[in-house]
Design a protein around this ligand. Sequence first.
Ligand code: PLP
Ligand code: COI
Length: 340
Amino acid sequence: MSKKNLDWSNIPFDYVVTDKRFESHWKEGAWDAGGLTDDPTMHLNECAQVLQYSQCCFEGLKAYETKEGNIVIFRPDLNAQRMYDSEKRLEIPPYDKDQFVDAVKTVVRANADWVPPYGSGASLYIRPFVIGSGIMIGVAPAPEFTFRIFSTPVGPYFKGGVRPISVMVADSDRAAPRGTGDIKAGLNYAMSLSTVMAAHRAGFDDCIYLDPATQTTIEEASGANIIFIDKDGGLVVPKSNSILPSVTRRSLVDMAKDTLGMKVTERVVRYDEIKDFAECGLCGTAAVIAPVYKITKGSDEIIYGSSSEITPVLAKMRKTLTDMQVGDIPAPEGWVVPVE
Ligand code: PLP
Ligand code: COI
């Protein structure tokens, strides 16, 4: 084994072709055992269901190198469960959860040279996904499906490294009240592109959404959940049926309570009260915790801390989470899974 020759501390959040990926097929009622392949290109008929009607969902998780040089992954069982839930909602035959975790480990093991070294701040991003690959011209589920996992080494999600970001409140919705906001369907991300690009064109790093029914409560960003710290240093987490159940957010909630002894409140959060919070951040696998220093809605501007430095409570939470993820400090049982 020898690590690839990359400038590990400065890699962007980008796709790189790594050595191996895993692929499995569903046909005539069953998933096959699947296996590794070298080919990064997928070959699809022009009438593949996914190309017409978007029957697809995906996951995202990361592998890290520990100080001792071992490779670990963070809570893959939760990604397996969420993928299962997404598949059920989209009429995709669910992939076995244990097989999902085994396949993730197989991909990481096969691309061990691409796992960024301990201390670089980078990680190996793992992207499992499933698509309706069979031919379908009427609006119906695909007759065949393809499950695939690739991996790519990544650095910070937002350009410019770990830094406070600015976000704009979107003026349209990413998900309907009883829609697919709580699963990781590709179609949610297509829905978010126009608002994300409008935010970028206006000079913001990202946009955040209000609830689709009333536009008065806080939902999430296009690729991350939102968390707040109140004036007493407590964690406040917006609750909604139309946001993704983030693995990072759920881990932060437990960590804040059990490791940091913080008060944690999970509740509906109104837009008109967020000016009273002390800190704000976006959290997710890709984002980790990205501090938010500015939220803009029309002529309204809310500022948290400064544009140059991460606010103190989120800084402590980020450090504790990332220390757990690389095994520097103990994590709750089952969170940090070795890839033998
Ligand atoms: N919300 C959305 C819409 C996302 O795409 C993601 C990324 O996965 C998250 C939240 C964060 O979820 P997780 O922490 O499981 O990565
Ligand atoms: C992740 O954090 O894993 C995601 O899927 C976010 C994605 C939009 C990059």
